[in-house]
Design a protein around this ligand. Structure first.
Ligand SMILES: Nc1nc2c(ncn2[C@@H]2O[C@H](COP(=O)(O)OP(=O)(O)OP(=O)(O)O)[C@@H](O)[C@H]2O)c(=O)[nH]1
Ligand SMILES: [Mg+2]
Length: 323
């Protein structure tokens, strides 16, 4: 059943997409096993072909509006788009609003766009393993996958592990660029967009602040210098340049073979999160902690991620019984 579902996903059968997403959100044992099997199938396919883009930034920076504009541009270029809107659990409205906007614009008829809101946080405050699974599923079906998350800080690090490209949306004059540099997070995004360029000089000033901050920080050497672009999501200005930059970054990653390690880092983070979700930090510690999981991951060979997850789960259960 999982191979059939995987096939239907690759054919962009929207019913299958909805079914698969429901499966990974279902915590009961049977669907959980089916979801694991599905993810293994997807992983054994070609996980690298879809463009996965994290969109992050302070509340109100214009992330949803920007995604809306990017979707329009990508559809004009004949690309299909899946979106995971990660809602803070207290507030379900962001994804719903974007959903309404997308529907209003395209009617319900455009089957090249799919949006799903997913709960943001597991109980330990991390991005849920469900979100990761959601991204895998959409990546099987769509050319481009966007993941929208709010915040400056922890969420960047987490989303970075889910995607190929991290796009940070800066708000003109809000000082979040300064905060960003102070927090030492400026190394993470692959692309900066100062949105609301229609505000004029304020946006331009924020752009040069960010550019200045980037000039001072040391950019890790994968041959890519993060651009700082100005755009107005509202007026659809500068959107084509952003799409070009996303593809240029992907090309740079492919050329530097940076993609596989980046995906692996993401998978490892997912594995640790999934085990912590189920057994808590105590359970993970019982088999030697993150370090042990990391070396088992590095040595996993042909073992799929869900297989390794099951093996480690059994070991944790044994260790906890023995304790
Ligand atoms: N002037 C101007 N306003 C914009 C632009 N883009 C978005 N906005 C407005 O900024 C507000 C927030 O936009 P959203 O797209 O909802 O921002 P967001 O970052 O997704 O917000 P959260 O999901 O709540 O964090 C809305 O009132 C938008 O209309 C822009 O390019 N120019
Ligand atoms: Mg939003």
């Amino acid at each position: 059943m999982s191979s059939e579902l995987a096939e239907r996903l690759r054919a962009r059968d929207l019913g299958a997409v909805a079914q698969a997403l429901n499966l990974v959100e279902d915590a009961r044992p049977e669907p959980r096993a089916q979801a694991d099997a599905l993810l293994a199938k997807l992983e054994a396919g070609d996980p690298g072909s879809a463009l996965r883009v994290g969109i992050t930034g302070a509340p109100g920076a214009g992330k949803s509006t920007l995604i809306d504009a990017l979707v329009r541009e990508l559809r004009a270029r004949d690309k299909t788009v899946g979106i995971v809107a990660v809602d803070p659990s207290s507030q379900k409205s962001g994804g719903a609003l974007l959903g309404d906007r997308l529907r209003l614009r395209s009617g319900s008829a455009d089957d090249g766009v799919f949006l799903r809101s997913m709960a943001a946080r597991d109980r330990l405050g991390g991005l849920s393993a469900t979100t990761r699974a959601g991204v895998e599923i959409l990546a099987a079906s769509f050319d481009v996958v966007f993941v929208e998350t709010v915040g400056v800080g922890q969420s960047e690090a987490e989303v970075m592990n889910l995607v190929h490209t991290l796009l940070f949306v800066a708000q003109p004059g809000a000082g979040d660029s300064i905060q960003f540099m102070k927090a030492g997070l400026i190394e993470m995004p692959d692309l900066f967009v100062v949105n609301k360029s229609d505000t004029g000089a304020v946006a331009e000033r924020t752009r040069s602040e960010l550019q200045g901050g980037l000039g001072l920080s040391e950019i890790s050497g994968d041959g890519w210098t993060p651009p700082v672009l100005l755009a107005s999501a509202r007026d659809a200005k500068g959107i084509g340049d952003i799409v070009d930059a996303l593809y240029a970054h992907r090309k740079a990653l492919d050329a530097s073979r940076g993609l596989a390690p980046r995906l692996d880092r993401g998978r490892l983070a997912w594995l640790v999160t999934a085990l912590r979700d189920r057994y808590g930090s105590y359970g993970v510690q019982a088999i030697g902690g993150r370090d042990e999981i990391e070396s088992r991951f590095a040595a996993k060979g042909a073992q799929t991620l869900p297989e390794l997850q099951r093996a480690l789960s059994r070991e944790i259960e044994e260790a906890l019984r023995g304790a």
